[in-house]
Design a protein around this ligand. Sequence first.
Ligand code: NDP
Length: 474
Amino acid sequence: MTYAHYIAGEWVTDDAVSININPSNIDDIVGEFSRGDAARVDEAVAAANAAQPDWAAASPQLRHDVLEKASNLITSRKDELGRLLSREEGKTLAEGIGETMRAAQVFKFFAGEAIRNVGDAVASIRPGIDVTVEREAVGTIGLITPWNFPIAIPAWKLAPALAYGNAVVMKPAELTPGCAWELAKILHEAGCPTGVFNLVMGPGSTVGARIVEHPGIDAISFTGSVATGNTIAVQCASTGKRVQMEMGGKNPLVVVDDADLDVAVATAINGAFFSTGQRCTASSRLIVTAGIHDAFLEKLTSAAANLIVGDALDAATQIGPVVDQKQLDQNLRYLKLASNEGCDVRGGELANGPGFFMKPAIFAGATNQMTVSREEIFGPMASVIKVADYDEALAVANDTEFGLSAGICTTSLRYASDFRKKAQAGMVMVNLPTAGVDYHVPFGGRKGSSYGPREQGSYAREFYTIVKTSYIAP
Ligand code: NDP
């Protein structure tokens, strides 16, 4: 069977296919997925443009019901979808099922938001005139999603787009189209009207690029690498498309002398290595003050060495495989670079097996100026940077071109409060991993990490709606 695109309510296959491979076992083929081209995008945009006005004009109850049904269908299939996610992306089964449930929660939340899309009635400064401020759908939105959260990120872009009356053309990452395909099937079953949601699979260089340049697309929401994101942002600016970019991170976790050592180590292990470090919110810089540094490093090294790396579907596994050979090669290049730059590299061995298995690596003795502490690596690797005190830790934490998430482990209210105020990041965590967020509050960063309005929670309305101010004289 070849998995088909979903365009204008129909399943459409192409002769060209992309093979989806299980990174835990490269002999296991998850499926063959149709590989589209610019013409497929054009078909999808035409369908979306035709369907969008009626969808926006429909009762919010209809949009609520579709999204709620989609949420219920995801929940009813959470084990199967979580397994698919782990099979195609390599997250552990617990993480895969957890991410699937997150997608269900997001759809449920935005089912409610469809109905709560209230506006303002404002007194005019001119007598006898009524002023209203309302939010309308933007139009047709292009969604371009990465491989590292193959169901949650499509869900948190798709659900608000649909809730507020937009039509969608979505392109998932070539590496992980399976979960996005299942979402298309679920939306079909949930009664999403023809053309409102369209899925076109294929490479970013052709399918993605056509979505970005297509004049029938009104806005682009993208998550992925800095390089691709910046290119897309420039293209969108030149064609007047609204744009929302979630890109990289080099997230600091500060550990100060008064931290609870066990909490600090558990927080660092989770933030740096869970999901194989393949999270834009991963704690890739562990900035540790001198008094606790040696004890922290020793305990971290031993905890990291004890993590069980293996097949994502094995219940005992704590760290699944790297997503593919290309990412593994990139990780190995950074591992070598860390040694060359003078780090004491602990771990990072390749593990045996039919997949892309790599043990977590700690770059002890790192400085913040090293390339391994400045570029997003996107693997199970973290720099440990020793600093004199809290003030230096804060300065180092902020000395980065990124600003997505920043964390601190401390038992001092003074440090926690100061860090919360001064960390140059979109999200701040105290005694919690830099990764791991709620779905009903804004997600996003500052500096090079993000561009445009925030995602998630009611803040998503900012991007997926456009304001209209009306003046009415009787
Ligand atoms: P990309 O930014 O290349 O991919 C993200 C999405 O954009 C994919 O769907 C991709 O398509 C698509 N895309 C690629 N080129 C274009 C284009 N010219 N126009 C429109 N869409 C495009 O990231 P990669 O998957 O290649 O990963 C590379 C690195 O990016 C990782 O090693 C990591 O450092 C970082 N990354 C960061 C993420 C984050 O959340 N911060 C998420 C994923 C990656 P396709 O891949 O299907 O060809």
